[in-house]
Design a protein around this ligand. Structure first.
Ligand code: ADE
Length: 247
């Protein structure tokens, strides 16, 4: 049985920014395997000839240009089909988190609109956008890099994209906390040794140490991730057993 690809249509005034990003690494392989299908569209293709203008001055004045509604709405209506869910990348959007990423990966078909300039005519949002998405509290020069963030983070969660699905389990943010420290060879580097428990070959002991370190890191670096969640007695015991590793 073949399953349908996870599909993304991107609407942008800078389609060339996606070159390279789509070709390499996990995403390049997933596209070649047909698990993920990403199509990048030039907004100008839906703008009126001969000049194919996609932006205009803001009503009310002020600096900067605003993306016009007609080409974006026409593009969405052409691409949406029966199952398209429309996201608009904007710093005013709902912050992207790992649970939101998982929800996007579970949708069969995303249409991502990349905002530009001072913004997008508000009627785009009210008429066709299902959700506005922000990738962080800072301003990018456009939604393109933000759309790449969404595609990259979500594609990894599409079944079959990451070969060993177990590797997704202990990742940072996978279950609301940060990951444990990782080490590879050599055993000693510039006087710093790999924690001896990792060399012990004692699987259960290693798992306990990793869980303890993940919890210490989260508590120290990102206590906000634990807010509203009380650590269990078992977790506290793990943390007491293995104090924070500081190398
Ligand atoms: N466009 C500009 N800044 C952005 C951000 N932080 N998130 C999403 N889209 C954006």
């Amino acid at each position: 049985m073949t399953t349908a690809a996870w599909r993304v249509d991107v609407i942008t005034t800078f389609p060339e920014s996606f070159e390279g990003f789509l070709e390499v690494s996990l995403l390049g392989k997933a596209r070649a395997a047909g698990t993920v299908e990403v199509r990048v569209h030039n907004l100008r293709d839906w703008a009126d000839p001969p000049h194919r203008v996609t932006d205009d001055y803001a009503y009310g004045g002020g600096p900067g240009m605003v993306l016009k509604p007609e080409p974006i709405i026409a593009a969405v209506e052409d691409l949406r089909g029966t199952d398209g869910w429309v996201g608009l990348l904007t710093p005013q959007g709902r912050p992207l988190t790992q649970p939101r990423v998982a929800a996007l990966a579970a949708r069969p078909h995303l249409i991502l609109i990349c905002g530009r300039y001072e913004g997008v005519d508000e009627r785009v949002r009210t008429l066709v956008v299902d959700e506005e998405i922000s990738v962080g509290d800072y301003v990018l020069s456009g939604g393109e890099v933000a759309a790449m963030v969404v595609i990259d983070a979500a594609a990894r969660l599409v079944p079959g994209v990451v070969g060993d699905a177990d590797s997704l389990v202990g990742e940072s943010h996978a279950d609301g906390r940060l990951s444990h420290p990782q080490f590879t060879r050599p055993e000693e580097f510039r006087g710093r040794r790999v924690p001896s428990v990792l060399l012990s070959g004692h699987h259960e002991r290693i798992q306990r140490w990793r869980r303890a370190q993940a919890l210490h890191r989260t508590e120290r670096r990102r206590p906000d991730l634990l807010e509203g969640r009380v650590l269990t007695d078992e977790e506290r015991q793990l943390m007491d057993e293995d104090p924070p590793w500081d190398g």
